[in-house]
Structures are given as structure tokens and as C-alpha cells.
Design a protein around this ligand. Sequence first.
Ligand SMILES: Cc1cc2nc3c(=O)[nH]c(=O)nc-3n(C[C@H](O)[C@H](O)[C@H](O)COP(=O)(O)OP(=O)(O)OC[C@H]3O[C@@H](n4cnc5c(N)ncnc54)[C@H](O)[C@@H]3O)c2cc1C
Length: 412
Amino acid sequence: MTPEFVPPQPPALLPPWHTPEREALQLQARRFAMDEVLPVADELDPQKGLIPASLLSRLAELGYFGITVPAEHGGLGLGVFEYCMVSEELARAWMSTASILARAQGLGTALADAGPRRELLARSARGEWIGAIALSEPDAGSDLAGVSTRAVPDGDEWVVTGRKRWCGNAEAADFIQVLVRERDPGPGERRSAGLVNLLLEKERGSFPAGLTGSPIDKIGYHGFLTWDLTFDGVRIPRGNVIDEAAASDEQGADATRAGFAQAQLFLNTARVHTAARAVGLARAALEDSVLYLQEREQFGHPIGDFQALRFAVAEMAAQVEQARAFYRQVAHLLDVGVPCEREAAMVKLEATEMSVRVTNQAMQLHGGNGYTTERQVERHWRDARLTTIFEGTSEIQKRIVSDRILPRSPLS
Ligand SMILES: Cc1cc2nc3c(=O)[nH]c(=O)nc-3n(C[C@H](O)[C@H](O)[C@H](O)COP(=O)(O)OP(=O)(O)OC[C@H]3O[C@@H](n4cnc5c(N)ncnc54)[C@H](O)[C@@H]3O)c2cc1C
């Protein structure tokens, strides 16, 4: 069989990585992360502590909750590139601070009515509209089309009943975006038909009537709590429909609803953001290792003199650089509007698997000290381990990529 000519996909573009504005923003984020976030993480993460209100206020002051919110609504008016760049810097210090940014950036504002939408966008940019996303359920993780939480119309309201799992920041949030089923799929429709996102407005620090929650005891990703939620007749105004396109057969794999492009943009952005967080964690592990290899002596030498360990550092550094270049490329594609669902899945897969490898290697380089809570490398390792699981597992990313490269046979 003669191979066919395949044009480059997406078209070759030379992204303008190094603008002076981006450099300045990165420098600011790095200083902030190292001076103000890292000491808090070192103190609170071992206690499974939460991001303190003072740190949330600093993130808000710097405008980081509204990096991608248009300037006319009070945001920084920048792109996915800058959002990911800042997130890498924050994740280098404490992943949860990079993650809390994703719960603003205009999330929970896509209402049909322009008045409230504008007001919520401004609040989002100021860090006064920080939310939670309740997609997953005990029996619906990778297969989000299996969501069974029900929303039944009752007068001017929806009445929501069901269970959600893994909802990060639920109690501390100003709102929860909840994926619910308002009807069963009709004959010939996809399983995702009938899924909609509702906006549940709430007070920070409590649950509204009908909603109860219990925190899940995680091994890492401290800084905010992750919740098991039970909806027992929670009432939501009928107009609070966020974006029905967010329903999909899987976390991003496939869907056919109107406005699907918007949902894809959201999912693609989330994947690149996760890649950036993974790069931040791997960089943290690398930087900590470089210090440790100079500090620790064995056989009368700093262990950094041993070539096997020097080569390990070289490999770690090369992998971090490669993943950073890749996430920046895909962030740029998103910013210029080039379809890049395949690339977003690829970079999520590659950067997160890289982060697991690099943080694992860093632990090895730290010897016994790496396996203690006295050093931060265990935190980077615990947090990196999550990145291949949430926002769509590595297997789901592989499914997305392979489905776009290799057609299935009719037997499949
Ligand atoms: C700490 C944490 C925070 C989270 N935060 C949130 C949040 O804020 N909001 C939210 O909605 N969700 C959240 N999640 C949920 C997260 O997105 C899911 O855990 C993830 O999508 C995987 O779903 P699952 O855990 O049900 O695993 P499952 O879907 O049960 O997967 C189990 C295994 O089977 C594999 N698998 C499943 N289907 C296939 C397939 N078709 N082909 C090949 N392999 C497959 C998976 O890759 C995995 O290895 C969070 C999860 C964690 C752990």
C-alpha cells in the first residue's frame, strides 16, 4: 500500500512565545509562587490544610481569577497561553492554587440573560465568583453519558435529585455547576441527549437546602476539599441553565448537541491547563532534586557528582522542557482558534505521564529522605499522580487521539 500524502495538522504555525508582556507576567507569577505560595503550601499541605482566604485575596489582587475574562468585564483579557503559563508557576508551588483559578475565568456565567451574565463575569474576574464543577457520579466517571442525577421541572424551578462524587471545592464555592439529566434519550439519539448543566447559586462555606456533602479523604491535592454530594430535591431556578452543550458521551470524547464547539473549547482548555499544572509539578521535583544532589554527600562526594544521577537530571530537564513547549503550542492553537482537540488530548496525556515519571525519579534521587514528609518531593509526587486520572484519564485521552487517527472498522 502506498502511503498517502497527509498535510501537516494543524498547519505549521510559529507561535510568538516570547513577548515582553508574557515574560513580565511569568516573572511576576514565579516571584509570587515562590515567595507567597510555597511557604503556605509547605506549612499547610502536610496538615491537609485549605488555601487560606488571605492567599485567595492575593490571587484576586493579581487578577489571576480573570486572566481569560475580557478586559471590558474587569479581567486581564488574555488567553489560554497566559492562563496556563501562570498556572504552571503556581503549580510549581502548590497545585491546588493553580486549580482554584480554573473555578473562575468566567465559569458559571454562561446564562442566556446578558444582564446577570455581565455581572457574574465581573465577579468572576474579581475572585468573587469561584465555583465547583459537579460532573462525576459514583457510577459515571469516564462515561459521563451515564449521569443519572435528575432535574425535574416544577413551575419556575428545577428539582434536582441524585448523587455526585469528586466535586472539588463544593462547600467553599459561590456556585456549583451541576451536570444533570432532564430527560432520557429518544430513539436513535446519543446517550448524552438530555444532559444539561445547571447553575446552583449558594453561599460560600455552606450547602443550600436539600444538598448534603461529605469530604473524601484523598492522599494528596490538598488545599481544598473534594466532596461526595447528595441532592435531595434541591431547587434551582428554571433560567439557570448554563450550557447544555457541556454534555458529552465521555469526558470530551464525543457529542452532538448544539453549541458543542463551546463545550469542546472548555474541555480542551481544561486539558491544556492540566498539562501546564503537570509541568509545574515536574519542574518543582527537578528543582528540588538539583538542590538535593548538591547538598547530600555519600562516598565523600556530593551525590550530584555521580554520573548516573547527573544523567537522570538531564533526562528530567529535557522531558519538562518538551512538555512545556507542547502545552504552549496547544494553548496558542486554542487562542488563535485552530481546532486542536486531538492535540489537547495528546498534551494532557504526555505532560501528565511525564510528570508522574519525573516526580517518581525525583523521589528516587532523594533516597530515604524522599519518602518522608520532611521534604516537598512527596507532595509533588502525590499531586502529579492525580494528573493522569482527573480531567479524563490517560486511557480516555488515548481513546480520543486514536479515534482521530485510526478509523474503527465496521466490526468495532
Ligand atoms: C482528586 C480528584 C478530584 C476530582 N475533581 C473533580 C471535580 O471537581 N468535578 C468532577 O466532576 N469530577 C472530578 N473528579 C473525577 C474525575 O474526573 C474522575 O475520577 C475521572 O474522570 C475518572 O473517572 P472514574 O474515577 O470514575 O474512573 P473510571 O471511569 O471508573 O475508570 C477506571 C479505569 O478504567 C479506565 N477506563 C474507563 N473507561 C475506559 C475505556 N472506554 N477505555 C479504556 N479504559 C477505560 C480508566 O482509564 C481507569 O483506568 C476528580 C477526581 C479526583 C480523584
